[in-house]
Ligand binder design. Structure first.
Ligand code: NDP
Ligand code: 8X3
Length: 256
């Protein structure tokens, strides 16, 4: 009899880092629950990856608590035995100063990056606890949760939440076998900047131009590494940036 495949539940699998994680985990033999709002992209992933590993797809908006409850409660076998939760769905909106920001955009970031993440986590925790040893939660944070920058406002703060929530969660699930990691990438080429700038593809192109930014597959390799470590090893926080991205000096305002 074949050994059952470990199951990973991914949010935001339709693009960028989440999609690369789906590809990397499938290549490593994981069964997958793939979620995101864009059904056509989920279907495409199932088509591409489903020959090798079991795949279940579910269109899901992480800001919709009832929808998350439905997806979690109706996971068919063998997908109910979730070993890994990758909380990846996230969004940045706007890069202007706080005083010019659109309040609706701030609320969307909070609803997605904070409320969505905690809701998915809370609802999947019983399944992860039932799985026991080897179960893993990887929360995709960001360097923006540590390093302030102009226009980072609510986005960066939401990622600081992700970091602290990851640590606090780890305290509470201590003894259950669940590992918790805040995986915090820097600049990664994906749809992230295009979404942030309201679909401005030229801006996104210019932003990444001349850089050797992280590719989503670079981040996915870290996620897979974390997931496949021996079960007694917990990476608390893993920050990964491209070599071309680093800190800058303090800005000092001087009197005239
Ligand atoms: P993308 O924009 O390429 O992907 C974002 C993913 O999140 C998509 O799959 C999107 O799917 C999903 N998503 C957004 N809103 C929702 C929602 N309400 N419900 C469900 N899914 C949603 O960006 P990245 O791959 O770069 O971003 C992935 C994560 O990585 C985010 O948490 C981001 O903050 C973080 N990150 C990104 C960095 C970067 O430089 N790119 C650096 C550091 C962290 P769909 O639209 O189909 O719902
Ligand atoms: C986003 C990372 O470098 O664009 O989470 O702020 S960065």
């Amino acid at each position: 009899m074949h050994e059952a495949k470990p199951i990973a539940f991914l949010t935001g699998a339709t693009s960028g880092i989440g999609q690369a994680c789906a590809e990397a985990f499938a290549a490593a033999g994981w069964g997958l629950v793939l979620t995101g709002r864009r059904q056509a992209r989920l279907d495409d992933l199932r088509q591409r990856l489903g020959a090798a590993v079991p795949i279940h797809v579910a269109a899901l908006d992480v800001t919709d608590r009832t929808a998350i409850e439905r997806v979690v409660d109706t996971l068919p076998e063998p997908f109910g035995n979730v070993r890994l939760l990758l909380n990846n769905a996230g969004v940045a909106l706007g890069k202007g100063p706080a005083q010019d920001a659109d309040l609706d955009e701030w609320h969307t970031m909070i609803d997605t990056n904070i409320k969505g993440l905690v809701t998915v986590t809370r609802l999947l925790l019983p399944r992860l606890i039932a799985h026991g040893e080897g179960a893993t939660i990887i929360n995709i944070g960001s360097i923006a949760g540590h390093t302030p920058y102009p226009g980072g406002h609510v986005y960066g703060a939401s990622k600081a939440f992700v970091e602290q929530f990851s640590y606090n969660l780890r305290c509470d699930v201590s003894g259950s076998g669940i590992r918790v990691t805040d995986l915090a990438p820097g600049m990664t080429v994906s749809e992230f900047t295009e979404v942030r700038m309201k679909g401005d593809r030229d801006f996104a192109k210019r932003y990444y131009a001349g850089t050797r930014s992280l590719q989503p597959a670079d981040v996915a390799a870290q996620a897979l590494h974390i997931a496949e470590l021996p079960p007694h090893v917990n990476i608390t926080r893993l920050e990964v940036t491209p070599l071309c991205q680093q800190w800058s000096a303090f800005t000092i305002l001087r009197d005239e």
